[in-house]
Design a protein around this ligand. Structure first.
Ligand code: HSE
Length: 399
């Protein structure tokens, strides 16, 4: 029998216990051993909860118990999750986590400690909630030279954008719904300003390129400036607006960014709606593959953590290789990144064309302004050109 402890009995932590208990038989069979939750760590008590007798308040009870081999960290935030995870790994206990903030900040160090101590630091649930994405990158896409990863990596913002598009809903009202459904972060600024997606693309990029991508180097723009008028233009053009998190390697230069982007029906991410996330990966010999599923929510996220628990049990005493070195990957200056842009200008279309070059005029019937799709250009050239028009707003656009 393998003893497991769960740190944090909130949305994800209670989901982990629920998934193990609901699917106990399946979990045991796939792990090749009995998996038993021995402790739940939380500051609170849970009177009436079926597992209240498992609750402890002192992490040392868990860390000093030699029987505990696997720890699920579902506390969120950097501290004390970092200190507890590090101590657990140094004691040879594997750690499985959904904590993207911690993985993005200290992932390479914790992976290294796990390797030194013949245990594992696994984080399938940290990106894409219930979507299997970390394991496919580490196990299935290994022969590939991956040159682009594009994701819809935040369920809350995708939920909001979908409701704005389909129902013309009010931003604040939809955000409240997402919070009630347990999708949003404790501080939803992390969702709507793109910080959560930024950490997730940092994790994926580090895994595919093999060196550490510092999330603080990633250009990040959220969805707070997107309006229902933008969706009117998008509809007219046959496009939609998604918060994309992307990294790419172009001529040996690496770029990573998070921004709202207009995409059309040809893009496989076009139909990814509501809380669903998707990750599109391009490999040099494989071409495109896409991974799709629920990107947030209690049970999908918990299921991904439990998949890591099973992997840890199957590999007790052995480290599973992870291609993520501590060395930093230098990202190129965003000013050099090239894309098209959709701009709304107060001037007429002639002024827009004079500034940006030959593009496409879009008339969505909005008084006092005109829409314009620029040709492909660098961020720097765009900024120079934009200074010559009376611009209301701009959104990146990818074919
Ligand atoms: N707040 C996150 C989201 C939760 O909405 O995607 C899952 O990481």
């Amino acid at each position: 029998m393998v003893k497991v402890a769960v740190l944090g009995y909130g949305t994800v932590g209670s989901g982990i216990v629920e998934v193990i208990k609901t699917n106990q038989d399946m979990v045991n069979k796939k792990a090749g051993d009995e998996v038993d939750v021995k402790y739940i760590l939380d500051l609170r008590d849970f009177p009436g909860d079926p597992y209240e007798q498992l609750v402890v308040h002192d992490v040392d009870t868990i860390l000093n118990d030699e029987e505990v081999a696997v720890i699920c960290e579902a506390m969120g935030g950097v501290e004390p999750a970092y200190t507890f995870s590090k101590k657990a790994l140094l004691a040879g206990k594997s750690v499985c986590t959904s904590n993207k903030e911690l993985v993005a900040k200290h992932g390479p160090e914790l992976i290294h400690i796990a390797k030194e101590h013949k245990c594992n630091y696994l984080f399938e649930a940290s990106v894409g909630g219930g979507i299997p994405i970390i394991r496919p990158i580490n196990a299935s896409l290994t022969p590939e030279k991956i040159d682009a990863v594009t994701g819809i990596l935040n369920g809350t913002t995708n939920y909001i954008l979908t409701k704005m598009e389909k129902e013309g809903s009010d931003f604040a009202e939809v955000l409240k719904e997402a919070q009630e459904k347990g999708y949003a972060e404790r501080n939803p600024e992390a969702d709507v300003e793109g910080y959560d997606a930024c950490r997730k693309i940092a994790i994926l990029s580090s895994l595919v390129y093999g060196k550490n991508v510092d999330y603080e180097d990633i250009y990040t723009e959220g969805i707070t400036k997107i309006t229902t008028t933008d969706f009117k233009y998008a509809k007219k053009m046959g496009y939609t607006i998604k918060l994309l998190a992307k990294s790419k390697c172009v001529d040996d230069k690496y770029f990573a960014y998070v921004y709202p982007c207009m995409i059309n029906k040809e893009n496989p991410l076009f139909s990814v709606n509501d809380v669903f996330n998707a990750v599109l990966i391009h490999g040099n010999t494989l071409g495109n593959t896409m991974y799709y599923g629920k990107g947030a929510g209690k049970l999908p996220t918990a299921s991904a953590v439990v998949s890591d628990v099973i992997d840890c049990v199957k590999h007790l005493g052995k480290n599973i290789f992870c291609f993520w070195e501590e060395e930093k990957l230098e990202l190129s200056n965003m000013e050099e990144s090239r894309s098209q842009f959709f701009v709304r200008v107060k001037d007429d279309a002639t002024a827009a064309e004079a500034a940006f070059g030959k593009g496409t005029i879009v008339d969505a019937g909005i008084a006092g302004e005109v829409g314009f799709i620029t040709p492909l250009m660098s961020e720097k050239d765009f900024q120079v050109a934009a200074a010559n028009v009376d611009m209301i707003s701009r959104i990146h656009l990818e074919a």
